[in-house]
Each structure stands twice: as C-alpha cells, then as structure tokens.
Design a protein around this ligand. Structure first.
Ligand code: AMP
Ligand code: ZN
Ligand code: ZN
Length: 430
C-alpha cells in the first residue's frame, strides 16, 4: 500500500463515535426547509457541497464488514440501493455523466477510448493532450454551472475538469496524478472549502482510484480488495473528523458516489475474437468487455454476420451494428459511436488468441463495462449533511440525476440535462 495508514484502531473508533454525536446534533438543527426560501435567501443559505468518488465501489460493498463507519454514516444520511451507471460502465463515461447530467450520446464521452473522425483524433485516458482538449466534452459540467453563477469550485481530480470546457475552468483544478497520496487529496479539498480568502470554494470534488485497482487485480472478494474497502472507511472517517474540526460539518453536504461496480472474471470465461472474424481487417477502439470496432465498409456486414452466427450458437456476447444498439444504452446517437459493438455477457472477457497464449495468468481478478442493468455493475451512492434527511433511502437510480442534486444543494440553476431532481424527493426536505 502506497500511503501510511491514517488511523490506529483506537483513533478510528473514537472518530466514528465523535462523528455520530455531531450528526445527532446536526439532525436536530437541520429542520429548515429550503423550499420555503426566496432565491436570494437560498443563495445566502447555500450549503457547501463535497462530491467524492471512490472508483469501482460496487453498491453492495457498502454492507460489507469492512465499512462500519460508512454504514453508520449512511444511517445518518441517505443511501441508495444502487447508482446505475451509463453505458459503458467505465470510468470516463460515468464520471463525466455525473458531472454534466447527460447520457454519453449527449455528452460526447462515450468511452475510456474513442475516435472522432471529424476531429481526426483518438482519445484515451492516458493521453493528456486529448484529456485536456475541450472539444471532446459536451454539456455543462457542474463546476461551470457553479462558476457562472458566482459559486467557486475546486476539483481534486474529476474527469473533464482538466479541460477548459466552454472556456471555463474551476477556480482550483489539478491535472490527474495517481501518485498524490489519498490523505493529501482530502487535506487539499478541505483547505479549499475552509479557506476564508478569495481561494475559498463552495463546491469541491475529490477522486480515489485504489479500490478499483484492487478490484481489477484481485477480484471482488479478495483480502486485498477488502483491505482497500477498510481504507475507504478510514479515509471517510478522517475526512468527517477533519470537517468537524474545521467547523465545516454543519454547512457541508457530502455526496459520495462511484462510477460502476465490479465482477469477477476468469480464464475459463474468455472468448477470442479471431476465432470468429479476421481481426486484421478491424480497428479495435475499446477493449473488453464492451468491445467497439470500426470496420472497413467492404468487410463490415460479413464480420457482423459471423459474430451474429456465433452469438446465435451460444457465444457469450451480444453483437450490434451501430444502428441496432439498444436505445436504453443512450449511446448510439453520436458520431463517435463505432460501427460495431460486441458486449460480453457478465463475467466474460473478449480478447485475441495471441494475447491469451502469451499471458498464462490472463484472465483473473475483476472487470466492469458490462450492461449497466446488472446489479453487479451498480455503484454506491450516499449523501449526508444539513440538507439531507437522515435515515432516508432511495431505490436504484441512474448517474445522470446526480447533477440535479448537486445544483439543488448549491442553490444554483441547473443547465439543461437528462436528470431530474424528483429522483431525490425522498432524501431532501420539502
Ligand atoms: P476504469 O478501469 O475504467 O475504472 O479506469 C480507472 C482508471 O482511470 C484509474 O485507475 C485512474 O488511473 C484513471 N483515471 C481516473 N481519472 C482520471 C483522469 N482525470 N485522467 C486520467 N486518468 C484517470
Ligand atoms: Zn472506474
Ligand atoms: Zn476500473
């Protein structure tokens, strides 16, 4: 593990207890309903909002033995049975959909990797130049909505926040650097939220990747992944303790999300694409389990028909031509959507014979990117703070709604989006 542990167990238990006490006081103080306030009063009464993402935090991880602090926290706030990702259930499409409240076909981030033939460019999450190129990003991210309305924002990593979308950047933003220690990320956002100078922000984001990394490497039930969950719990405990010690707890709403879940994969559940089609005649754009291919027109229908035949004969995937991709994915109506989508069944991996043969340990651990309707792909959602009804719960809902919640909590007018504030009726005061 990269960082030193933040808590010895005694301190940790103390912090859980202290936070619960503070929460109880908070509950008693928070009967004010924002619905009774004028717009002016709303702005004055505005709470701060901290949006937190732990990448790859599957919805049911929350009830595991490893998350006692988070479970208590959710009992004092709101939680959902699951946050349903957009398709594909990958990091970039989902973090950006959370930020703008739009489905991928309306926001342009249709994958971790994609190609735009008009721009003549390819995008991938490791390509800094493209990640910071605003032309990839459509819609209005929440930090822009905030800044446009005089609410300062700071992003300690979030997909899209490194690009000057609409020529705007958050007051504070950071180029993604996975080596920044997790506790330092928390200290930075708390300094931004708690500053009494012009660098103060009312909205901040913070992002962590370690849980996703362990889920990929070791699988969902491995001791290493459980340890990562304990680390999430300790970080949240540290965060809440720091928030209280800075006197920010009574004015800050915390919204904790993830981008997708995780499911175990194995070498016994692998299919090789070259068993069905000539892979030298296709351009492979994004990888398993939601494989996207661009195919030269002269070979496209033949490749599709071969894959379709395989599917009908029981191969563990669904193949779609672009125009036949299910509407419910909200994915096909974009120029960047590739010619062909090959979507593996839950738990299966699509690769090539070469790759399989050259890597004896391929494939183990966990993966995501499957159909978002699988509960295994659902992510965590919880919220706590002065504007959140304690002990409230929500049924599963889609990530595109979160933008509306953030705008509401910040007291700002949302830009047009695909979400609805009604989703959150059960967790907000009338
Ligand atoms: P995924 O496998 O789809 O969950 O992708 C997870 C990876 O996305 C993490 O391991 C991070 O390294 C990476 N990531 C997250 N945010 C960013 C960012 N803003 N820029 C570049 N890479 C990122
Ligand atoms: Zn992710
Ligand atoms: Zn991942």
């Amino acid at each position: 593990m990269r960082d030193r542990p933040i808590y010895e167990s005694g301190e940790y238990i103390f912090s859980v207890g202290m936070y619960l006490l503070i929460s109880l006081l908070l509950v008693n103080c928070s009967t004010q309903s924002s619905g009774d306030l004028s717009t002016q009063e709303l702005v004055e009464a505005r709470s701060k909002v901290l949006l937190i993402s732990f990448d790859g935090f599957r919805a049911d991880y929350l009830s595991s033995e490893q998350s006692p602090f988070l479970q208590e926290l959710s009992r004092n706030g709101a939680r959902s049975e699951g946050l349903i990702p957009v398709f594909p259930s990958k990091t970039f499409p989902n973090h950006y959909a959370i930020a703008v409240g739009l489905y991928p076909e309306n926001n342009g981030i249709i994958g971790n990797s994609m190609v735009d033939s008009v721009m003549g460019k390819s995008y991938s999450l490791g390509d800094r130049e493209q990640v910071e190129n605003p032309n990839w990003y459509q819609g209005e991210p929440i930090w822009n909505t905030a800044e446009k309305q005089g609410v300062r924002a700071g992003t300690m990593f979030w997909v899209g926040s490194e690009a000057p979308i609409q020529d705007i950047r958050p007051t504070h933003w950071k180029s993604y650097d996975g080596t920044v220690p997790d506790s330092a990320r928390i200290d930075t956002v708390l300094a931004w939220l708690g500053s009494d100078s012009s660098s103060e922000v009312d909205f901040a984001t913070v992002y962590f990747s370690f849980l996703d990394s362990q889920g990929h490497r070791y699988g969902t039930d491995a001791p290493q992944t459980k340890k990562a969950l304990q680390r999430v719990d300790a970080l949240m405990s540290y965060l809440m303790q720091q928030l209280a010690s800075k006197g920010l707890d009574q004015e800050t709403n915390i919204v904790l999300v993830s981008d997708h879940g995780m499911h175990n994969v194995s070498r016994e559940r692998v299919v090789t694409l070259d068993s069905f089609i000539d892979i030298d005649r296709v351009r492979w754009i994004s990888g398993s389990p939601s494989v996207t291919l661009n195919i030269e027109p002269s070979y496209r229908m033949q490749a599709y028909q071969e894959l379709r035949k395989a599917q009908e004969n029981g191969a563990p995937f669904n193949v779609y031509l672009k125009q036949d991709i299910p509407e419910r994915f909200r994915y096909k109506n974009h120029d960047r959507t590739p010619d062909l989508l090959l979507l593996a069944n839950l738990g299966y991996t699509i690769t090539t014979t070469d790759r399989l043969d050259s890597r004896p340990n391929f494939q183990s651990g966990g993966a995501h990117g499957y159909d978002p309707t699988h509960p295994e792909m659902h992510a965590v959602f919880m919220a706590i703070g002065p504007d959140i009804v304690p002990g409230s719960t929500l049924p599963p809902f889609e990530v595109v709604h979160v933008y509306e919640l953030l705008a509401h909590l910040l007291g700002i007018a949302p830009a047009p989006n695909d979400g609805s504030l009604e989703t959150f009726e059960g967790i907000l005061y009338d």
